[in-house]
Each structure stands twice: as C-alpha cells, then as structure tokens.
Design a protein around this ligand. Sequence first.
Ligand code: CP3
Length: 339
Amino acid sequence: MTTLLKNTSFIDALHFKNAGTPPIWLMRQAGRYLPEYRAIRKNHTFMEMVKNPKIVCEVTAQPLQRFKFDAAILFSDILMLPHALGMPLEFKESVGPVFQSPLNTIEDLVPLKKGSVSSLDYVFEAIEQIQQNIDVPLIGFAGAPFTVASYMIEGGSSKTLAKTKRWLINDKSSFLDIMEFLTEKTIEYLNKQADLGVAAVQLFDTWAGALSESQFRECSFPYLKRIIDSVSKKVPVILFSKAATAFAQVFQDLGAAGIAFDINANMAEQRKKMPSIVLQGNLDPDVLLADPEIVQKEAGKILDSMKNDPGFIFNLGHGILPETPLESVQALIDKVRHG
Ligand code: CP3
C-alpha cells in the first residue's frame, strides 16, 4: 500500500526511539468539540456516520486539519463489533449507546455466533481510504471483551455494572463463554485492521475497575492476554483503562507494548516501575476547560516529569470533553511542541 507517512514520532515512541518532543494525540480527538464535526453530525446520526466510509475518512482527518496531532484514531466505536455481530444499537442524544435487546441469558448469545466480523466492511474500507489521505500514523482499536460485554449485558451505560457483575459472580462459567466469544471476534477484528496497515491498535478496557483484582485476573486478564499475544505479532498494542493506575502491576504482565493511563497515575513513578513499557497519558480532560495558561502549566508538569523519555506519548487520561474550547487544544499542542 502506498503511504504518505511524514511524521513518525508516534511510531518512534512505540519503539522507544523518540528523540524529540513527545508525540501527542487525544482520545476522542475526532468528536463533538470540533465545529466541523458538529456540522456533519447535525445532518446524520452517529450510526449513519460510522457506517459511511467517506464520512469516517473525513471525520478521522478533521482534527489533523486544525491541529498538529502526531497520530489519528479511526472514527468508529467499540460497540460496532457487537452491533455487527447482530445486536441492534442506537446512540441516543444525551443518553449514549442503547442496545435494543441486551443479553439476559447465555442463550441470547446463540444468534450472535452466526454473525461475522466481515459485516464491518465499512470500517475496513474506511481504514484503506484514510491512509491515502493523512500523513500521520493511523491507530485502530477495539473494546476489551469485559468492557464490551458490560454494554451488551447492561444494554447501555451504567454506573455500577450491577447486572454484569451479578452474572459474572452468579454464573461464572457462562460469563466466560461470552468472554471467549468476544475474544475470538476481537482477535479477528484487530488482526484485520493490522493487515490493512494501521500503525498500532488501542484496546479499551475502560471499565475493568468494576472488577476486584482477583475477578480481573480470572475474567479479563486471560482474554486480554490472548488478544495482545495475537495482535502484537503484527502491530504494537496499547492498553487503556480508567483503572490502569489501580491495576498497573497486573497490566504489566499482559505484554502490551504500551499502557495508557487514567488521570490518577503519576507518570514518572510508573516509569520507574516499568522501564520497558511505552507510557501514554494522562492529563485530566477537565484541565482543558480551564484558561490556556493553566492548560500549559498543568501539561508542563507532566512534560517535565517525562522529559527526554523515548517511550512516552502525550494524551489525556480519558476522552476529550465536548465542551472543550479549541484554544485549549491549541495551547496544549503548543506546550507539548515548544515547551
Ligand atoms: O477517540 C476517537 O476519536 C475515536 C473514536 C471513538 C469513539 N468512541 C467515538 C465516539 C472511540 C475510540 C470510542 C471508544 C469508546 N466508545 C469507549 C471506550 C473509551 C471511553 O471513552 O471510555 C466506550 C466506552 C464507548 C461507548 C460509547 N460511545 C459511549 C458510552 C458513548 C456515549 C458517550 C459520549 O461520549 O457521547 C459513545 C458515543 C461516541 N463514540 C461519540 C463519539 C465521537 C459521541 C457521538 C455523538 O456524536 O453523539
């Protein structure tokens, strides 16, 4: 495949070879804080957008046209995989994702077993198109089985994941059947993204913190490990979780190239504990709601503590908020680039 790659600092950092200022990209960088995103969104549902390769291509590139980010992330959603396997999905205004028929018993998984990753052809087509249109590396992604299963079971966003936890605790064996199923599909999905040329993939186990450490070791760890072992043969894997700090010790053993930290971590302390894992993070997204000078001061603290680290990638501790002013993003990038 022809590639237009000009800026390789993100890839260099993934190989511990970044000599300059750290690369920067932001989770949800293609999204509602951008007026040009909202302009398209006004005329389309989120679902229409992610199923249209031309729009996916355009929206993925939008943040790069405005800001000098060092990587792009595919515009899609972690819930498109269960959707493609047969679960009707809607993204409702000011509610979030809603699965029409959440999983209630293990029998509900049976029809999904006939589903195929190839239904995500609109994603694969978009990945090919995007790479013809951008000059920075493209990051692919998927949700981790536990986090994706939690949405399939809860039917949408939930504060407590009570239904998911009850299932896992009450009937572990059938819960692990769901993990097994999602693991195989996720491996297939991510390997396909890698075959199409993405430079790295990020695996989102956003809600792993709903689990105790022993529950995590039994119900998420082995599945993450299988995904990471398989996909790492092709591209570096970065693992993100809101519980990355809490589970840092355990995460280290998963063999991911990189760990993306939530806001709770002290990055320099993590570096001492894990000298050979790429570290990504971890500015509080709320900082971007403050004045530009404050944004630069807060970013400066992280930058100073990670100065000259060849395997550090600057990012937020979670996705950028829709209310974020554009000036904050510009101030952040200026600070990362010029100190
Ligand atoms: O980061 C990017 O720019 C790439 C695209 C991306 C989206 N979602 C776009 C999106 C990625 C990588 C995700 C991951 C995702 N989706 C996660 C894991 C990471 C995280 O943020 O915790 C989760 C849990 C989801 C599920 C999801 N999708 C929720 C809970 C919501 C509603 C909340 C919200 O932010 O609106 C979504 C919708 C969603 N996914 C939007 C975007 C841009 C907003 C859609 C809109 O325009 O209305």
